[in-house]
Write a protein that binds this ligand. Structure first.
Ligand SMILES: Nc1ncnc2c1ncn2[C@@H]1O[C@H](COP(=O)(O)OP(=O)(O)O)[C@@H](O)[C@H]1O
Ligand SMILES: [Mg+2]
Length: 252
């Protein structure tokens, strides 16, 4: 079977402008030699995802999980290497990304839907279902800035799943939802699995990972530390994190 996603020696570097990050004093002192550092978020990784897989990305903060999803979702472009993605991608990557705080929930459905590749007519056709799934009927005409983070996530997830993608990407954002909505998201994910769709998600909830994922990848400091059977990868990651904790270091 042909992979639906394939990464070959995939590298992503981000430019970090120390002048903008630094203090005023440092800025003044270094005005002549503005220092732009390149940070390698992914260091030549290789993996393939096959149609119908539900792949969990696990690992400590800053290890590169969101960067992997951002590359697949075409938020970022690879610095080098290859990334082939075959199919329609829908993504819920960052809370509030693709939304505007001054627009109402309803207006944001159109804004976000069009970013995800739907035409106005397609959005109108799916509108009722998006609003119903989000359970935001009473808030749909108020500006997004009045929404809680959980409400923004509910709207984002409802739109992302209505795009009818081949590949669904979900970053940690689901964690901000309440129990009820999280259970609903998991049911939707199960529906997607049954329909043979491919799902990649990031989570720190190892129970959810064990229940949902058919495979897991542990990302550590921009590299793949383990790739395989979910239970084994999760155990390896947790063992490592516990050992690091015992040493008093941050897990990575
Ligand atoms: N837009 C960006 N600009 C600069 N550095 C970034 C950017 N996004 C991520 N990074 C850096 O890349 C590394 C990996 O980040 P990320 O993929 O967000 O990790 P994770 O999702 O696993 O917590 C981190 O060192 C982070 O600081
Ligand atoms: Mg992240």
């Amino acid at each position: 079977m042909e992979p639906i996603i394939q990464a070959v020696d995939l590298v992503k570097r981000f430019r970090v402008d120390h002048q903008r990050l630094g203090s005023l004093k440092r800025t003044l002192l270094s005005w002549r030699s503005r220092r732009i550092e390149e940070r390698e978020a992914l260091k030549a990784i290789n993996f393939a995802v096959y149609p119908g897989e539900t792949l969990a990305l696990v690992g400590a903060n800053g290890s590169g999980k969101s960067t992997v999803l951002g590359l697949i979702g075409r938020v970022y472009r690879p610095s080098s290497g290859q990334l082939v993605v075959r199919g329609r991608v829908s993504a819920l990557l960052e809370l509030g990304a693709g939304f505007h705080p001054d627009l109402t929930g309803l207006e944001n459905i159109y804004l976000n839907g069009s970013i995800l590749g739907l035409s106005t007519r397609e959005i109108t056709r799916r509108l009722e279902e998006i609003i119903a799934f989000s359970e935001l009927e009473e808030h749909i005409d108020t500006p997004l800035r009045t929404y809680s983070s959980g409400m923004v996530m509910r709207l984002g997830f409802s739109i992302a799943v209505q795009v009818d993608p081949d590949i669904l990407l979900v970053d940690e954002v689901l964690a901000v939802g309440d129990e009820h909505f999280q259970a609903k998201c998991l049911r939707k994910v199960a529906e997607f699995q049954k329909a043979g769709k491919t799902i990649l998600f990031v989570s720190h909830d190892m129970d959810a990972v064990r229940r949902v994922a058919t495979r897991a990848i542990w990302v550590r400091q921009g590299l793949i530390a383990a790739d395989g059977e979910t239970g084994e990868v999760v155990s390896a990651y947790l063992d490592y994190a516990a050992r690091e904790d015992a040493c008093g270091d941050e897990p990575s």
